[in-house]
Design a protein around this ligand. Structure first.
Ligand code: ADP
Length: 485
């Protein structure tokens, strides 16, 4: 980490109760650079007992943190925000090294991640209660909002910083302490955030980072009667298990799970704008985001024109390589399994009659690089129609009518992000209402924003993150019934 301006941001320890600690067992997790396979460092591999200690430390800190005025909590969050921006280059560097995304994208994520701290610092000062007209003369009804208590968070590798601040920003602003288990592929980004949290004045125990065994840490969180909320971003499979385990102590739970985002292009769309949106919605993070388009549904009258324009844009813009190199737009996938899954989706589609327009194979650079791929004439029988590819594969499904498009779009167990392009106002309204998704991008391929409620329907999850709705998830509603009689 000799390239960092501030080398102390690179911490090979866990962060519990304001201290930098190793695992009880002494075990470590090796963290590699997916672009080169080199080991960039090691972090402690924590388990059940250390997580219990982190939860207890969080509980200990809760008494004071919940009494700290919202304005003071906001000042600390704003300081944390400012420190993230001050160290943006270093944080981006650490992220690219452990995650692989191009440096410019990593810097963009740091900016986005920091924006949650700012947003919740501001919004946390506006947690209003309520007074309700009572049914009786001598009665008064009041409603208070109070922090739920200790939060357990489990986060994924695709957004190593923003998936943490989106949870921690809301939790801390609401008055809750948090224990975060980062993905084992990307713990250094999480630990760098802890360094800055400490510098910003986040009190000990309020923000803890426990890298280690996912199963053991998750179990410690759901076994605990102290943890009052569990929040998770990751696969539907893991989310389902967590939800079942959270039932033990009836913990509140937020789940941001898999998606199968449709991107509809109608014949009245501005095709150039649609291609621009498609590039952003498909190839950001090499296709490894839960809101990445999985299915391009294109009206048959414009399918050829759209495919040609998209192929041209992909050819012109998608330089594959090590994310640290200038001009690279598509980094490596996170690991070999990811390459296997994309290869399988491409092969399955081609076997079942899809047409290959571009790419179709792992990239000549080797490792976990994959060549951006475009296939058309895709049908619902193919794997890519049902499963999240999580890689740089653009699959085009033709459709005839608006009704058919909506039906195809909704024909999935998932309901996270969706997108469509149309210039017909009435259609915009109809389709927006018809899509069974938590989020709809209308004539845009980029929807994420700290001020907006992010989340899904059906198997894509529960609850919302970001926005005033995201803050609500960390609070209980308490009703006071006051008798004047
Ligand atoms: P992804 O496909 O994004 O890796 P995962 O759900 O496997 O999604 O991982 C997301 C987060 O969930 C990571 O922090 C990972 O360590 C954690 N995780 C993986 N398996 C489990 C599990 N059985 N219980 C709890 N957390 C898990």
């Amino acid at each position: 980490m000799e390239h960092l301006n501030d080398t102390s941001l690179f911490r090979p320890f866990a962060y519990i109760d304001g201290g930098w600690v190793a695992a009880d067992s002494g075990e470590q997790i090796e963290v590699d650079n997916p672009a080169t396979g080199e080991i960039i460092g090691r972090v402690p591999r924590l388990g059940y007992a250390e997580t219990e200690r982190a939860i207890e430390a969080a509980q200990h800190s809760f008494a004071d943190w919940k009494e700290t005025p919202a304005l003071e909590r906001a000042d600390i969050l704003m300081k944390w925000y400012a420190l993230m921006l001050e160290h943006k280059d270093d944080l981006a560097q650490i992220m690219t090294l452990e995650q692989g995304k191009p440096l410019a994208e990593a810097a963009g994520e740091i900016q986005y991640a920091a924006s949650f701290l700012r947003w919740f610092a501001e919004e946390g000062q506006r947690v209003y209660g309520d007074t309700i007209p009572a049914a009786k003369r001598d009665q008064r009804i009041l409603v208070l909002k109070q922090p739920v208590g200790v939060v357990g968070a489990i986060t994924p590798w695709n957004f190593p910083a923003s998936m943490i601040t989106r949870k921690a920003g809301a939790a801390l602003a609401a008055g809750c302490p948090i224990v975060v288990k980062p993905a084992s592929q990307t713990p250094f980004s999480a630990l760098a955030l802890a360094v800055l949290a400490e510098r910003a004045g986040v009190p000990r125990g309020v923000f803890n980072v426990v890298p280690g065994s996912a199963k053991d840490i998750a179990k410690a969180m759901t076994d605990s009667s102290i943890v009052r909320k569990v929040t998770f971003t990751g696969s539907t499979e893991v989310g389902r298990g967590l939800m079942a385990n959270a039932a033990q102590h009836i913990q509140k739970i937020s789940l941001e799970l898999g998606g199968n985002a449709p991107f509809l292009v109608f014949e009245d769309a501005d095709l150039d704008a649609a291609v621009e949106g498609a590039m952003a919605a498909k190839f950001r993070n090499a296709g490894q985001t839960c809101v990445c388009t999985n299915r391009f549904l294109v009206q048959s009258s414009v399918v050829n024109a759209f495919s040609e324009k998209l192929a041209a844009a992909m050819n012109a813009e998608l330089t594959v390589g090590n994310g640290l190199e200038e001009g690279v737009k598509v980094g490596p996938l996170i690991d070999g399994d990811a390459v296997e899954r994309v290869t399988e989706h491409v092969q399955d589609a081609l076997d079942k009659g899809a047409e290959l327009l571009l790419g179709g194979h792992p990239h000549p650079l080797g490792g976990s690089f994959f060549t951006p791929t475009l296939i058309s004439q895709v049908t619902p029988e193919m794997k890519v129609a049902r499963e999240e590819t999580f890689g740089p594969l653009a699959a085009i499904f033709p459709f005839e009518s608006e009704e058919e498009a909506i039906e195809m779009a909704n024909d999935t167990e998932f309901g996270l992000a969706s997108y469509f392009y149309s210039s017909d106002l009435k259609r915009v309204w109809r389709v927006s209402e018809g899509l069974d998704y938590g989020m709809v991008g209308i004539n845009t391929g980029l929807i994420s924003n700290a001020a907006a409620p992010f989340g899904g329907t059906k198997a894509s999850g529960l609850g919302r993150e970001g926005s005033k709705y995201g803050l609500e998830e960390y609070m209980e509603t308490k009703y006071l019934c006051l008798s004047l009689g």
